[in-house]
Design a protein around this ligand. Structure first.
Ligand SMILES: [Zn+2]
Length: 316
């Protein structure tokens, strides 16, 4: 297998970079190739301030060994390298674009579009299964959950759902989107894909990194790519599937006072928070449109006009 600067034979593990044509960004890459089997792609750092997944990817690249695998694991733990280096939070430094809105990208576009194109043509093209690690953004607090895509071929959706069931999270969210995001586009390509959300606020903890690593290992065990006893790939118990989510944006820039915390459940009509001006005067009250659970919300004082404020899953 040739990939980026690497040429990997069965039984080998190699690290190097994937150089993006055009912008020249060099994405760290580790390929671990065991015996015959499926290829699983794991990415992190598509949003550069989502450190839990980035650190989990760095550690998995060091810990997974070819002898443990029946198949191949491709790890790209830091996709948005320029955002990371300039601490932009989510966007690519050169063009201020959010990579997870630009898939499938184009080689003739801006750096973000070129990176998306490279991910699609160099990495997703080789993947049988795709796992993308995220967190809340640098200003967001989040309750762990996993996304998979609903409106794709039934076998792709079912396998993605089974993979999501191996994520240590109370909630699974079925997304209606097959474009824009990496896992959305991959799902549309016929690759069973999940996006795991854990942590946020521009922080990472040992416990969160370990949880991300357990998720990836449980998924690999379920797929039979990681050699492990059958119970290592068992689904997680007591998960709830949410088929609808509401993403409330701020109607104007101001100070944001959330009333609940991520993971809190609430009834329709509950006040989720208020936007006030710098004199403390109320500008807007955010009221729940349905019974739900807070998935993530802005944790910093400011909210920006048309920017994220609070996101919740609608309880079935
Ligand atoms: Zn993200």
């Amino acid at each position: 297998m040739k990939l980026g600067t690497l040429e990997i034979r069965p039984g080998e593990k190699q690290s190097g970079v994937l150089r993006v044509e055009g912008c020249g960004h060099e994405l760290p890459l580790t390929v671990i190739r065991g015996g015959e089997g499926e290829t699983v792609l794991v990415t992190a750092g598509i949003h550069s301030a989502e450190y839990v997944g980035i650190q989990a990817g760095i550690e998995l690249a060091r810990e997974l060994a070819p002898e443990q695998l029946r198949g191949t694991v491709i790890l790209a733990p830091l996709v948005n390298v320029s955002g990371f280096a300039h601490r932009t939070m989510s966007t690519v430094y050169e063009d201020q674009k959010n990579l997870n809105r630009e898939f499938p990208g184009t080689p003739s576009g801006t750096p973000a579009e070129q990176i998306c194109h490279a991910i699609v043509t160099e990495l997703l093209s080789r993947a049988d299964v795709y796992i993308d690690l995220h967190s809340g953004d640098g200003y967001e607090a989040l309750h762990p959950y996993a996304y998979y895509v609903g409106p794709v071929e039934k076998s792709v959706r079912e396998r993605a759902f089974q993979i999501a069931r191996r994520v240590e999270a109370e909630y699974l969210v079925e997304s209606p989107l097959t474009t824009g995001g990496a896992y959305n586009h991959a799902s549309g390509m016929g690759i069973p894909s999940v996006l795991i959300e854990r942590g946020g606020g521009g922080l990472w903890s040992r416990a969160e990194v370990e949880a991300d690593k357990r998720d990836v290992r449980r998924i690999l065990a379920y797929l039979g790519v990681l050699e492990a006893p059958p119970e290592a790939g068992e689904p997680v118990r007591d998960q709830l599937v949410l088929r609808e989510a509401v993403y409330e944006t701020a109607p104007e820039t101001g100070c944001w006072y959330p009333a609940l915390r991520p993971g809190d459940r609430f009834a329709r009509g509950t006040v989720l928070g208020e936007v006030r001006d710098c004199f403390g005067e109320r500008l807007h009250t955010c009221v729940a449109r349905a019974d739900g659970v807070v998935l993530y919300q802005t944790a910093s004082l400011p909210v920006l006009k048309d920017g994220p404020m609070v996101a919740y899953g609608v309880l079935p």
